[in-house]
Design a protein around this ligand. Sequence first.
Ligand SMILES: [Zn+2]
Length: 85
Amino acid sequence: MADGGLPGGGDAAAAEEGWVVRPVTGAATTKAYRCPGCDHLIAPGTPHRVVWPEGTVEDRRHWHTQCWARRHAGPRRVRRTGRRG
Ligand SMILES: [Zn+2]
């Protein structure tokens, strides 16, 4: 595969189309945020992610790192209904 993308691109892992994802160490965090993924609080000092729609930084949300990852890795609609056609 021709990887003719960005030379020396560092963290391309979290590239979400239409989303800006920023890792936060939590070291400078003094307040708890509510994670929209699990609806629990992110305790101060906890490394997590800040995510917002491109161009709308005011809508940023704080996610647990795992919750953000699972949001994509584990689709919720795995549920199978027994009905067919
Ligand atoms: Zn969470």
